[in-house]
Structure formats: structure tokens, C-alpha cells
Design a protein around this ligand. Structure first.
Ligand code: ZN
Length: 451
């Protein structure tokens, strides 16, 4: 029976004790920022804030918010040096570049201690999902500049798992037959593709010996998770991570993602980024690094706007025994659009696609484009879905189920659709004919093409 916790004393601390750790670490982190980060030193001075006055995590509300734009504005060529770097070069272990939705990549510096903290976050997530010594885990996310795959690999060391670092994993049948992995980590679409490739090679995913999957890298709809669980015949656990250090993991109870609160502090802000929203309300995730007394940090962030949104589900103890707060699966604000007086996200489109009966005809691959039509406030959402067999596809049924799933319980979307300001067009595409299959990098599945 594997251990239920990776770091039990911390993961099960009562709220008061946990808050005390957070505040103590925040005080040290703020002092460290003032001393070692050229950006934060001038930020505190410029805003006339005394770093010693930041005593509790609520005090973060009185500090300004920084963003990806701030990082870009404080690195070459905009400035002579990387002003967010908070250690000397001799202490930098690795350098990463994170691609945003706009602008040049942001430079990110990690010390070895940063790697250890990141790995601990993933190790806690893995153990909370039932991983333990003897597990053999295929990691199908890209290594290289992305820290996720590498930190998961490092996390495996502390757990006693074997990692099979596959990256793109073009021959899952060989990997299965040779190494009998017990788990796979990948994006939802990677895990779907792997299942299809295995089936074509005569290996049923349900009989492959894989007993759990970890999905990460991008937000997904609960419908796509449910479908993956069905075709693999095992649970799919969720993770949320970024080079900036979010790294939250869902435990096997699937009651939200646990935030490792002693290692990273997340606040949820209203859209104007002026105040916190109450628990249970959706808002923008703002991150602050937390480091302990005497620790070092390569790129430290205080009040960093992640441009992702989520909701605090609970700060109460989870049935798994962990006390660290739980948040809903975050969505990317860059994947949200406004049309016909309503907002929707790429994940809403995915919900429409992955309606269970649709999956009798679809591969799951989709892309969507928003076009303007007629009057200025009228938009058409064109959804292209890859079909298994164009000859037998139930087009009418897919259309109806898509619209029902997409509109869901959102009254604003329903009104926009009923009033004609948001209409739909569908394209049923042969395998390999979607635009995303020809594009490089992270596929954009919702593209706003309204001039
Ligand atoms: Zn839990």
C-alpha cells in the first residue's frame, strides 16, 4: 500500500498553522525580493511600500500587480539586464523561456533549490493520485524549455517511480509491449491519440496495464476527461502547472486541485485586479512565490497575474486528509472571447464537442473560429470536428448535441443564441485536415477572426 502523503506533516496542517507558515515565508520572500531582485527593489521604493510592512498574505492586496508584460519590460533588450533575476549568474542552474500569447518569450531563471521546490509540488500531486514506488510512468509531454516534464521526472526520484521520458511518443505500442508502464502523463489530446494508435496496433488501452493517467498542460472540459476515462478504463487525474511555479495537483477524490500553499501563494482577484473575490466566485489567479528562511530563488514573483482564472472550492480539509486549499480547473483568459453579449471559453467549445454520443463519430480533434457576420454585434462560431468516417457521421445529431452542450446552463449564451447574435456553422473534417494539424506549437482551438 503506497503512502498516502509525500510530506504528511505539511500537507495535513490545520488552517491556522498553515496560515502561520505562509505568513512567515511571505515575510522572508518579500525581504529576499527587496534585497536580491533589482525589479522588486525599485518597485517597493517607487510605490513607497516598506517591505517590512508586508506581514500577512492579506497585505499583498495593497501591493501592485505585475504581469508578463512587466517581465518583458524588465529584460533585454528593454533593459540592460534581467531585472527579475534574483540570484547571481553563478547560482543559476537553468534558464527557461516561456512563450506567452503575445510578445517575445519571458526569461525565467531557476536555481537548484527552485527545481527541488517544483519537484516537491509534483511529488505531492503524484502521491495524492496514488502513485508510489514501483510505478512506471511514461511522460508524454515535451522536455526542453518546458519545466513540467523535467520537474515531474525529478519528482519521481523522491517517490521511487521509474520514468520513461517519451516526449511525443510516436510508438506507444512498442513502449507498452516492452516496458509495461502503469501510468501515462500527457495532455488530453495526447492521451486520446495514444489510445487510437494503440487500438490500431491491436492493443486495447483498457487491457494495456495502465492504471492511471495524468492530464495536464491545458485546461479541459469534464466531458473530455470522462471520455478518456472510459476509453482507457482508468482514472484521469488533473494537474495545473507553469514555469512561474503554479503546480497544483488534483488528489484521487477529484474534488479540485490542491494548491501547495506553503510553496506558492495564490489569490483570486476580480477582473479589474483591485480586490479579492470571495471563495466560490471565479476570478483571476494571482501568484506569489514562497520560499523558506535561508532559501534562494532565481526568479521571484510577487503578485504575478497568471492570466488564468479559477475559483476557490474549499479551504476545509479534503476527504483525502489534505488541508491545502482546492481550486477549480483553471481556464486561460487568452482563450475566452466575448460574442453577442456573452463570454465563453475554448473549454465551452470542447464541452460541446465531447458530448458522449458525438464520440461515436468523432476523433475528439476540433478547432473553432469566430467570424463577424451581418451587423456588428452578430457573430458566427464555426466549429470544425474531425470525424472517424465521413460516410456514416450523424451530422444532425452532432450539431444538436454540440449546441446543447456548448450553451450548457449559461443564460447569457442561451440568450445570445436565441436572439440570433451568436450562431453556429459546422464543418466535419476528414482526419488530418484540420488547420491545427498543420500548425506548429500549441494548437489554438478557438481563434477570433472578427477583424
Ligand atoms: Zn484531496
Amino acid at each position: 500500500m503506497p503512502s498516502r502523503f509525500y510530506h504528511e506533516a505539511v500537507e495535513t496542517k490545520d488552517r491556522d498553522a498553515l496560515d502561520a507558515i505562509i505568513d512567515e515565508r511571505l515575510k522572508y520572500t518579500v525581504a529576499y525580493a527587496y534585497e536580491h531582485s533589482p525589479f522588486y527593489r525599485s518597485w517597493f521604493d517607487r510605490n513607497r511600500i516598506d517591505p517590512a510592512g508586508v506581514k500577512t498574505h492579506e497585505d499583498l492586496l495593497s501591493l501592485p500587480i505585475v504581469s508578463g508584460r512587466t517581465i518583458r519590460a524588465n529584460q533585454p533588450p528593454e533593459t540592460g539586464d534581467f531585472l527579475f533575476r534574483s540570484v547571481g549568474w553563478e547560482e543559476v542552474f537553468t534558464v527557461h523561456e516561456t512563450s506567452g500569447t503575445s510578445g517575445p518569450p519571458k526569461a525565467f531563471f531557476l536555481t537548484w533549490q527552485d527545481w527541488e521546490r517544483y519537484a516537491e509540488k509534483y511529488a505531492r500531486a503524484f502521491v495524492s493520485q496514488g502513485f508510489g514506488r514501483g510505478d512506471r510512468v511514461v511522460i508524454c509531454t515535451t522536455y526542453g524549455k518546458n519545466v513540467g516534464a523535467n520537474t515531474m521526472t525529478l519528482a519521481a526520484r523522491g517517490i521511487g517511480m521509474t520514468v520513461i521520458p517519451e516526449g511525443t511518443c510516436r510508438s506507444p505500442d512498442r513502449v507498452m509491449a516492452r516496458y509495461h508502464p502503469t501510468a501515462i502523463v500527457g495532455s488530453v489530446f495526447k492521451l486520446l491519440t495514444l489510445a487510437r494508435t494503440l487500438s490500431r496496433a491491436g492493443i486495447q488501452p483498457t487491457g494495456s496495464g495502465v492504471s492511471r493517467l495524468v492530464a495536464g498542460g491545458e485546461p479541459f472540459a469534464s466531458e473530455s476527461r470522462a471520455y478518456l476515462e472510459e476509453i482507457w478504463g482508468c482514472p484521469v487525474h488533473n494537474t495545473y502547472g507553469s514555469t512561474e511555479g503554479t503546480m497544483c495537483g488534483e488528489c484521487d477524490r477529484h474534488l479540485g486541485l490542491h494548491v501547495p500553499e506553503d510553496l506558492v501563494h495564490l489569490d483570486i482577484y476580480d477582473p479589474s485586479l483591485r480586490s479579492f473575490v470571495p471563495d466560490g466566485e471565479c476570478g483571476r489567479i494571482v501568484l506569489s512565490t514562497l520560499i523558506g528562511e535561508g532559501e534562494r530563488c532565481g526568479t521571484l514573483l510577487l503578485n504575478y497575474d497568471t492570466e488564468d482564472s479559477s475559483t476557490v472550492i474549499s479551504r476545509e480539509r479534503c476527504p483525502c486528509g489534505r488541508t491545502h486549499l482546492r481550486i477549480m480547473n483553471p481556464t486561460r483568459d487568452a482563450e475566452s472571447v466575448q460574442a453577442g453579449g456573452a463570454y465563453f471559453n475554448r473549454v465551452d467549445v470542447e464541452r460541446g464537442v465531447f458530448q458522449r454520443e458525438n464520440m461515436e463519430y468523432l476523433t475528439g480533434e476540433y478547432e473553432s473560429f469566430l467570424y463577424s457576420c451581418g451587423r456588428k454585434d452578430e457573430a458566427v462560431l464555426q466549429v470544425s470536428m474531425e470525424v472517424l468516417d465521413p460516410a456514416t457521421t450523424d451530422r444532425e445529431g452532432i450539431r444538436d448535441r454540440f449546441i446543447r452542450g456548448f450553451l450548457g446552463k449559461n443564460p447569457f449564451l442561451g440568450k445570445a443564441h436565441d436572439g440570433g447574435s451568436l450562431t453556429f456553422a459546422f464543418r466535419f473534417a476528414e482526419p488530418g485536415s484540420l488547420e491545427i494539424s498543420r500548425s506548429e506549437g500549441r494548437p489554438r482551438r478557438l481563434v477570433d477572426r472578427r477583424g
